[in-house]
Ligand binder design. Structure first.
Ligand code: ADP
Length: 365
């Protein structure tokens, strides 16, 4: 055996296992990448590609070694073929081991997934139960408020008519201080009536039983009626009212509900205004909607508080409105009513300068 042949044997015997080990290393490194290919056609092509690559390298090795040593290529074939067989066996064992680990990992993953699903289901059930429980409590609370307000409505209305009759029938016959007491009782009773009405409205809105009967109405009429209803309040604070109204606007709405919303906005504009302040009631058109707004020159609202408006029991804390009474329900009720009639509410304000509250309502075609 000449020296060249020994060199070929040495290269093939030492070189091929090194190449194979490198191949296995590359495959193992590529494991993360292989996971990404899971379920795709590339995953199926992976094994034959690796084997093909090693086989290709093997063929290239034989030819190039034989060429370099200038010997006939078949001197290299036998040892090369033997090492190739060893390589295939090593790769096969590695792949099998790899597959076993993958199966174990898959089983672990499946188990984990099952466990997570079970826990999530349990949590969802508990959450649903909690929500159901909260809804039941809320329903009971709403029912209680509705019943209480409903039961209060009859006596407070009776007190109102009783005092009104007593005051008108006994004109000039009562001692002045008694008349003052009766007037105070009447004012407190009216506040109570408003609170009862607001609570009833909220309860009806939440139960979905609020009655809204839309029909074609003249917006101008609803505005004039509402202004008339709060006329005495305007006088009390010497507030001047300006109307910039399109008299021909016709809308599809429930007249009583439109009045309810307008009275609420107007009484707020008076309540939160300064003495001798101003209020402007405006109407305009925006596409197929009528826009109504009530602007005042009152205390205004800070930017950060704007988001709270129109929510239930919203009372904005400030030095200026500490003394002003209210339930925090008027704007909430107004919003619900306007939305039920197909419109929306809006508000703009600047602290210390004034506010504009308004709503839109569908125009008659
Ligand atoms: P309230 O009965 O308290 O007036 P509303 O729901 O009508 O209830 O109003 C909620 C809150 O919004 C009021 O407490 C007040 O702080 C603020 N607000 C409403 N209208 C005005 C306004 N025109 N100017 C300033 N603040 C207002």
């Amino acid at each position: 055996m000449n020296i060249e042949l020994i060199a070929i044997y040495a290269i093939l015997i030492i070189g091929w296992p090194v190449l194979i080990m490198m191949s296995i290393l590359i495959i193992k490194r590529g494991c993360g990448f292989c996971k990404k290919l899971k379920g795709t056609i590339l995953e199926k092509l992976m094994k034959p590609t690796v084997i093909g690559w090693i086989y290709g390298m093997f063929m290239l090795g034989i030819v190039s070694t034989a060429y370099m040593l200038k010997v006939h290529w078949y001197y290299a074939v036998i040892p090369a073929f033997l090492t190739f067989l060893i390589a295939i066996t090593v790769i096969y064992i590695a792949i099998k081991k790899w597959e076993k680990e993958a199966i174990k990992l898959q089983a672990f993953y499946n188990n984990l997934e099952k466990l997570v699903k079970e826990r999530t289901k349990k949590l969802e059930k508990a959450h649903e139960k909690q929500i159901r429980h909260e809804k039941e409590i809320q329903k009971l609370k709403d029912q209680f408020v509705f019943i209480a307000a409903h039961e209060l409505k009859t006596p407070v209305t009776a007190i109102r008519w009783g005092i009104e009759t007593a005051l008108s029938e006994s004109k000039g016959m009562l001692k002045p201080e008694v008349e003052t007491y009766l007037n105070d009782v009447q004012a407190s009773n009216l506040r109570l009536i408003r609170l009862v009405d607001d609570l009833l409205n909220v309860a009806r809105i939440e139960a979905g039983t609020i009655k809204i009967e839309p029909r074609e109405i003249k917006l101008n009429d609803a505005i004039n009626d509402s202004v008339r209803d709060v006329e005495s309040l305007f006088k009390e604070k010497s507030i001047t009212l300006k109307k910039e109204i399109d008299e021909n606007l016709k809308v599809i709405a429930d007249p009583e509900r439109v009045k309810q919303v307008l009275i609420n906005l107007l009484s707020n504009a008076i309540k939160y205004n300064r003495e001798k302040g101003k209020i402007i009631v405006e109407t305009s058109k925006d596409a197929n909607l009528a826009v109504v707004s009530v602007s005042d020159t009152g205390i205004g609202i800070e930017e950060k508080d704007m988001i709270k408006l129109f929510t239930k029991f919203c009372r904005i804390e400030s030095n200026e409105n500490q003394e002003i009474e209210g339930t925090g329900l008027g704007l909430f009720v107004s919003k619900q009513i306007v939305e039920k009639m197909g419109g929306s509410v809006f508000a703009k304000s600047k602290k210390g300068i004034g506010s504009t509250f308004g709503f839109t309502i569908p125009l008659k075609e």
